[in-house]
Design a binder for this molecule. Structure first.
Ligand SMILES: [Ca+2]
Length: 134
């Protein structure tokens, strides 16, 4: 009888878990990242979550704040958020086949939120964090 051999596939799959960007490894990268995040945090309105179509917070952004309540993302951002920065807590929603709700905290961000099938490639709407459920 042959035994199946485990491969690294499961391990690799487990490494691709979070839609949020982890801090880069090198000090130089950390410094660049910090400068970028400072610019973005300043650019994004206080008390809002900001969404960009492109990676790296490029171009103009669309913003949402909790007082807006439930909002569908504008068509150009539907399943198409390249980057975001959260100056407010909120709930990201995908109304796809497997409805998915993701809680976002103040200070959460991603500079490449579509990459590798992350949630930016599925997000449809945003809502208050207290309503983060079906
Ligand atoms: Ca979707």
């Amino acid at each position: 009888m042959r035994r199946l051999r485990r491969t690294g596939a499961l391990t690799a799959a487990l490494l691709v878990v979070s839609g949020l960007t982890a801090a880069p490894a090198s000090a130089a990268a950390n410094s660049n990242e910090a400068a970028l995040l400072k610019r973005v945090a300043d650019q994004c309105e206080s008390g809002a979550i900001c969404f960009w179509e492109e990676n790296d917070y490029e171009g103009s952004h669309w913003s949402w704040s909790p007082t807006n309540g439930y909002r569908n993302l504008p068509p150009y951002l539907h399943d198409n958020v390249g980057s975001f920065y959260a100056n407010a807590a909120g709930c990201f929603i995908d109304w796809g086949e497997n409805q998915e709700f993701r809680r976002v905290a103040v200070g959460d961000y991603s500079k490449a939120y579509k990459a590798g099938g992350k949630f930016g490639s599925r997000i449809d709407a945003v809502n208050k964090i207290g309503d983060c459920h079906p």
